[in-house]
Each structure stands twice: as C-alpha cells, then as structure tokens.
Design a protein around this ligand. Structure first.
Ligand code: B3K
Ligand code: ZN
Length: 868
C-alpha cells in the first residue's frame, strides 16, 4: 500500500502540486445524521462509493472519536483498517461499497472555528478548505463531488435546524428533541457542506430568476439584528440580477440562505445555498455601520453569491487551484462594486489594497505564485496574492479581450466545465477557445511569484514629430522559482497636450488590435518599444491607466508632469495615482511639496463639487505602512512617522481656509443618494482631520458637535478619531459616551477598540488595558482584529511593544485558533527591513517563540518569516 504517494494524505509534510493523483473512490451519495447534544455531537454517515483508480480507500478524519465502521453492513474489526490522527485507511475494499461510520465530536469545545463549532448559542460549520474531516471520515478533497442528504437533530431550545438544499421533512423525535432533513440536489465537494443549529430570527424575501425560478431568500440573525439585514438582502437580489446580466448565470436552487455569526475566522463562506457570514460582512445600518463597512457588506454578499458558479458549480480540482475560484470571484465582485459607486474610486480602493498588502507580501519571505506549487498548511494560502493578484490577472485578460470576447470566453468555460472540478489551465483554455484569442501566456502570471517591474523610457523627436516609449520588464530573482519568464503586460497609455491639457488622438501601429482608441499596448517581451506618430509637441504621458497591470512602474516623471496629471488626467484612477507618486517623492526623496499643493489648489474645488468621494481620495497621503513597504533596509518607523506628519502639517497650513470652508459647505444629511452622502461624509471627515492638525479649541468643538449631533456612525467615528488621536479635552467623555451607547453592539464596539489601539502615541500600559478590558474576547476574531488592526496601523508602536504583544498572542492562538495566530504573525514578515537595533530585537522575539509553536499554520509562517 502506497499512502505516501497520495499528496493529500501526507500528514505534517509539504504537499506538492506535481504529486496530484485522482481519488481512488468516488462518492455517489452521502447521508449524514448529525445529532447535537450539549456535551457532544453524534455524526453517523452512510457513503455509497465506487472505485475509480488503483489504491486504498482513504478517509480523512481529524479529532474524531470513532465508534463504529461498517462496510456493506458488516462491522469492521480493528484489524481491517488503519487509523491514525489524520486518516482511516481501509484495506481490501470491493469496487462498489456502502461505508457507514459513527463518530462523536465536540463542537462545544472547538475553539478553532473549523468543522462544526459552537459560537455563543449557535452551532455552525466552516469546512473550507479541510474542515469537513473534523465532522466525519470522508475523502475530504475538492475533486470528490457528491449529493448530500442531511438529517439534523437537536434539542427544541434550538428551533432552527438548517443544512444545504431543500427541506424534505421535519418533525419531533420526542418531547424535547426535533429534527429536519435536507436534501441538496447539486453535486458538491465536502468543503461546501454546511449546517446550522440555533435560535435565530429570519428576514425573508424572494427573487424570480431570468429562467422564472422563484427563489426564497432568507437571512438568519439574532432577533435584534434583523433590522440590520435589509442592505444585505437588497445587495443579494442585486447580485443575482447582475450575474444574469453580465455573465448569463442564473441561480439554480429554490432557496438561498445566509446565516450571520459573530465568531468567524474570515469574512464569509459560500456553502452551497447556505452561506455563513461573519456578522461584520452582513449586518449593515447607517446608525451602526460605517460607509466603508456598508460597501464591504455589499461586495462580500456579491462575492459569496458569485461563488455559486465560480467555485461551487465549477470547483477546484485541488487546493493549489484556489486562485481559480478566488481570483475570478474577486474580479467579479470588484466589477459589481464598480457599478455601485464611482468606478474610479472603487478602482482606487482595490488598487490601494493590492499595493499595501499584496505588493509587500510578494516582495518578502511569504511571496508565492497565485497558484503555489507546494504548501504545508493550505489555510496559510488564503492570501492577498491568491485573491487580489488573482483578480488582477483576470482583469488583465478581460480588459484585453473587451466585453464581447470576454463574455464569449466565460460562456465557453461554463459550457465546458459545469459540474466539474478543474484547473487554472482549464480556465485559460476555455477563455481562449471562446474568445478566439490565445491567452496561454497569462499562465505565467499564475505560476510565478513577485511583482514585475516595468521600466519605461520616453523620447520625443521634435523634427519627426514622433514619441517613442521603450519598455523593459524584470522580475526579482527567486531561488525557489529559477525559471522566470516575461509576462504579458497590458499597458494603457494616454498622451496629453502639455499646453491645453487635451488628450491627443493616438496614431501608432503597435497598439493591441482591439484597443487602438483606448491606447492599450500589450507588452509581452523582455524589451520592446512603440512609436507614436503625428505628435505635435512633446506630450505628457499617462501610463498604466486604471492600473491596467499589477506591476511596479518605473518612469522618470518630472514633478511638474505629475502635477499636470493631477489637474488634467480624465481617468480618475490615474489622477489619484499621480497624487500618490508625487507624494512618495516628496516623502521619501525629499522633493518640495509646492507642486503638489499648487495642483491641489487648482484641482480640488471642482472635484469637491462634482465627485466628493473622489475628492476625498485625492487627499490620501500614503500610510506609514505603505511607505514602509517601499523601504527595503534601515527602515526607521519614527522617521517615516515624522516626515509624514510634517507633510500633513505643511499641506494643512498651505491650504488655509479651504478645509473649514469646504467642511461647512457639506451636508450629507441632505443627500438622498447613499453614494453622494458617503462622498460628503468622507470629505467632511478628511477636512476635520486636516483642521485638527491646528489643535485649536474651535476645531475640537466642531468635532465634538459632529460626534454628538450625528446619528450616522461614519460621522461619529470620524469625529471620535480626531478627538482621541489629537488628545482633545473632550476625548475621554466622547469615548465614554460611545461606549455607553454601543456596548451591546459588538461591531460598533470593535471600532471603539480599534480607535484606541490606533492612538499615535499609544503606550504599552494602554494596550494592556485594552487587551484585558472585560469586553475584549480572545474567542472572537473580530475583536482581536480590531485591536491588532489599530495597533498595526501605527508602525512606531507595532514595531516596539507591539511585537511582544503579537508574539504572545500568536503563541496563545497557536493552540486555540491557529488560523488567526498565523495571520497575526504574517504582519511581522518585514522585520528584516528594520534599522538596528530593532531588527535584531524583533528577530530574537520571533526566534524565542519558535520552540513553543505546535500548529502547522503558525510554524509554517514562522519558519518562512525567519528565512527572510
Ligand atoms: N472561500 C472562503 C474562504 C475560506 C477560508 C478558509 N480559511 C471565503 C471566500 O473567499 O469567499
Ligand atoms: Zn471567495
């Protein structure tokens, strides 16, 4: 018997993509009977299986108490199987068989929030990627698809009993217990199995699909949160329509359920027909939820809904292909969100996340290709690279193809692979076949790590009236991936007349065939150049418009050219990008701030009137963390903090009364459109924070009035931040008032923790006070993230006493919740860029914790980080 040859069953070892083997048995049907009791749960399972490849019958199982195993009604003796901590291997099995197992599990003590667990009074599941093996013995891998029938039984104190699919039957077991039987007609991998047991209220609605199917929509939450479910319900219906219109994909079941749970390791989970959501990603109401969080709720609702096709009906062959479903689904939810608000701002926000999280990840010790070729713990690969860079790859292909060809390509993918577990190659092949454009070179993006650098050089020939752009691409050498090749880079280009600010019509034979008017050049070699003809004067060039490719652009812009683009670029994204590039130079290369200030003065007043949300983004100053990601050695958090506050002070003073005048001209309450009101609120808060740099009484009074008078939490929190972070006399009062008002609203209270943890001059004692506050709870990832997120937003604190805090927390979570423990350590991955003595101190702290780490999750992350 050769168990080691099967990559899925090597416990505690590296798994390699190249070792993939088909499962030995298919599962034709699954019948589960889950009986929940207070101190244990019984799971009985009946699997009908059929051999499809040579090898033993391997059932994966972790932390299961095996009570009985039968094959074709015969109870097996211990001699007939091998059982260890990871699997049950049964020898000498027939071609076709009925396998029955009975196990006991303990959701009531499961702190890892994986498998079946108890969150408060609610029993819920989280099975992606490998949680199902903590519920029952099963070939728990995404390429084993089956139809599931689930009987759920519990005490009547839990009136809600849910599982995937349609309700077949429900009834009483006895005076105290009841049951429900659910049948899911669609074949699915076990990671999409879900069940829920608890006492919840429900918001109901319905949606009629383009095929005429009347779908019952239900959002389950605790009673008092039901009024906060309407925004999510509207977003769900909107997503269903959007997917029909943009991808021709209607919903396929008669019901769609969402359950809100407050203890959840990530945002949400796309279980077939029964999504389970972190409350933070489903509850939304302007009184309790910030505008940013409302936008996030809508995008996560869309994301999980879109998975119904990209992920569920067509799933991944193995977990190396994770970015197939995640990258594509993120691209789809980003496109959906671009339709909900200013498309430019959505793009700005998505690229900001990419540049501040994915670029640093890809430049450090945790760098990996969007499709990695090995892993120890797959949970460590739900990363910005898999999600965000994965989305960018799809965006590049969609942009190159244009709407009609992209749609022909996706139609072909759904036609070929519906009901299958597939690979990234299958996706690219379908997209190429359907669109008629060979996209195979894009596979390189999936298989190579690192952010490519795109070097561009420009030459204008005044006599010939030609303008030449020369391109070069390079990738940082990576010992693990020695064979790096040039990738296809779509470069969106515009040329502007330097005197009038108007855009030149482009004449060139080198642009991509479909996009001559849009100025899209497909650069896919190590070096190449293009020539524009009939260019009357040396132009100002705008490159990578809309961030047409996820690369680091190196181009020798003058500060004047950047200031010109801030004023004249019509692509809102590149207008913003020009502000950021100019600010990076001012902050990191010591350039003068004047050209930035002049450009703002010229540009902002009109943008404030036309698109307040975009105006708020044009005032973004790169965060300390983002600036840190551009510094590869001798990084001093104190220095970066100082130059950044100095710049903010200079800009605040130079713009004079602009802040106050603009602040007073805004009245979000008068706006009927959410997006308009959101824009005004964002701008109001930025105006307030610039004014606060003066630290005068009038500004603090304005902030306190905004805090006290507004019913909208975005305004309240904007004001609270100013009061707390600038140590206004009203700060303590305002914090106390907020606490009293929101102490029973966990998501709002998370913000209260976050703001305090993000105080620029937080002390170790204050951090300790937050982490020992009666409302701090190590069993609730949202609360941990609130404090750690606040702390990490201030690198000066994060890299001093924050390190010890993070390391101790990781050590605790290593045992209790290693998924979260591992994430927490990922934030320390750039320790090696620090200036001494910090560098050595952090290294020592990381080394000190290593011997006590037990989980695969934390130890894989720690050893990667230490290998920097
Ligand atoms: N697919 C889930 C993520 C599961 C993460 C497991 N550690 C949510 C999503 O991407 O939609
Ligand atoms: Zn997803």
């Amino acid at each position: 018997m050769n168990i080691a040859a099967n990559p899925v069953v090597q416990a505690d070892e590296t798994v390699y993509l190249k070792d993939y083997q088909k499962p030995t048995y298919l599962v034709e049907s699954v019948h589960l009977d889950i009986q929940v009791f207070d101190d244990y749960t019984i799971v009985n399972s009946v699997l009908h299986m059929q051999r499809q490849a040579e090898g033993p019958l391997v059932l994966l199982g972790r932390e299961l108490e095996l009570k009985c195993v039968k094959i074709n009604d015969d109870v097996l003796s211990e001699a007939q199987y091998q059982l260890d901590t990871e699997q049950l291997v049964i020898l000498n099995t027939p071609e076709k068989l009925k396998l029955e197992t009975s196990v006991h599990i303990h959701p009531e003590t499961n702190t890892m929030l994986e498998g079946l667990y108890k969150a408060g009074d609610l029993f819920v599941t989280q099975n992606e990627p490998e949680g199902f093996r903590k519920i029952t013995f099963y070939p728990d891998r995404p390429d084993v698809l089956s139809v599931f029938t689930t009987r759920v039984e519990a005490d009547k104190k839990y009136p809600i009993l849910l599982a995937n699919g349609n309700l077949l039957e429900k009834g009483e077991v006895n005076a105290t217990r009841h049951y429900a039987i659910w049948e899911d007609p669609t074949k699915k991998p076990a990671y999409l199995f879900a069940c829920v047991v608890g006492d919840l209220a429900v918001l109901k609605d319905h949606y009629v699909t383009s095929e005429g199917r009347d779908v019952a929509l239900e959002i389950y939450a605790i009673e008092k949160d039901i009024p906060k479910c309407h925004i999510a319900m509207e977003a769900l219906k909107h997503s269903m329509r959007w997917d029909e219109e943009h991808y021709g994909l209607p919903y396929d079941l008669d019901n769609y359920m969402i359950v809100a749970v407050s203890q959840f390791n990530m945002g949400a989970m796309e279980n077939k027909g029964l999504n389970i959501f972190n409350t933070a990603c489903v509850l939304a109401d302007e009184e309790y939820t910030t505008d940013g969080a409302i936008m996030r709720v809508q995008s996560v609702i869309a994301h999980e809904y879109f998975h119904n096709w990209t992920g569920n009906r067509i799933t991944c062959r193995d977990w190396f292909q994770l970015c197939l479903k995640e990258g594509l689904t993120v691209f789809r939810d980003q496109s959906f969100s671009e339709d909900l608000q200013s498309a430019a701002v959505q793009r700005i926000d998505d690229v900001s996340v990419l540049k501040s999280h994915q670029f640093p990840e890809d430049a450090g010790p945790l760098s990996h290709p969007p499709r990695p070729d090995h892993f120890v713990e797959i949970n460590n690969f739900y990363t910005a690279t898999v999600y965000e860079k994965g989305a960018e790859i799809n965006r590049m292909m969609a942009t190159l193809l244009g709407k009609a060809k992209y749609r022909a390509g996706t139609d072909e993918y759904f036609r070929r692979h519906d009901g299958q577990a597939v690979t990234v190659e299958d996706w690219i092949t379908s997209l190429s076949a359907g669109s008629g454009v060979d996209l195979s070179a894009f596979l390189r993006w999936y298989n190579q790590p690192g952010t490519p650098t795109l070097h561009v050089h420009a030459d204008y020939d005044a006599t010939a009236k030609t303008y030449q752009l020369s391109f070069k691409q390079s990738l940082k050498a990576n010992a693990k991936y020695p064979d790096l090749k040039a990738v296809p880079i779509p470069v969106a280009v515009a040329l502007f007349n330097p005197n009038t600010g108007e855009q030149y019509t482009l004449h060139s034979s080198d642009l991509f065939e479909n996009h001559v008017q849009d100025g899209m050049y497909l650069f896919d070699q190590d070096e190449a150049s293009i020539v524009f003809t009939d260019v009357a004067q040396a132009p100002v060039v705008s490159l990578l418009r809309n961030f047409s490719a996820p690369v680091n652009l190196v181009f020798d812009y003058s500060d004047d050219a950047l200031a010109f683009l801030i004023q004249h670029e019509t692509n809102g994204f590149n207008q913003w990008q020009a502000t950021q590039t100019l600010l990076e130079r001012i902050l990191l290369n010591g350039h003068a701030a004047q050209s930035y200030i002049d450009a703002l003065k010229h540009t902002l007043p009109a943008v404030v009137k036309k698109d307040p949300l975009l105006a708020s983004r044009l005032l973004d100053v790169p965060s300390e963390n983002y600036l840190a990601s551009l510094i590869d050695n001798n990084y001093s958090p104190e220095h970066v903090k100082a130059i950044r506050s100095q710049l903010i002070q200079t800009v605040a003073e130079a713009m004079g009364e602009f802040w106050k005048d603009t602040y007073k001209s805004l009245d979000p309450a008068k706006q009927s459109e959410f997006s308009q009101a959101m824009g005004e609120r964002a701008l109001k808060n930025i105006m307030l924070s610039y004014m606060a740099t003066q630290k005068d009484k009038e500004v603090f009074d304005l902030a306190f009035a905004q805090f006290s008078d507004s019913k909208n939490i975005t305004e309240r929190l904007g004001a609270l931040k100013v009061l707390v972070w600038y140590d206004a006399p009203q700060a303590t009062d305002a914090l106390a008032t907020f606490y009293t008002r929101f102490k029973d609203e966990p998501l709002a209270l998370d913000q209260w923790f976050m703001i305090q943890a993000a105080h620029p001059n937080l002390t170790e004692a204050q951090l300790k006070a937050l982490a020992t506050h009666p409302d701090y709870d190590l069993g609730t990832p949202n609360r941990i993230r609130a404090v750690i997120g606040g702390l990490n937003s201030r690198p000066v604190n994060a890299w001093s006493f924050g390190v010890q805090h993070a390391v101790e927390l990781a050590k605790y979570l290593d045992e209790k919740n290693p998924i979260i423990g591992s994430r927490l350590l990922q934030a320390l991955s750039r320790w090696y860029t620090l200036a001494e003595p910090k560098r050595s101190e952090v290294l020592q702290a990381l080394k000190d914790v290593q011997p006590s780490i037990r989980s695969k999750n934390v130890s894989e992350t720690l050893s990667s980080i230490l290998n920097a």
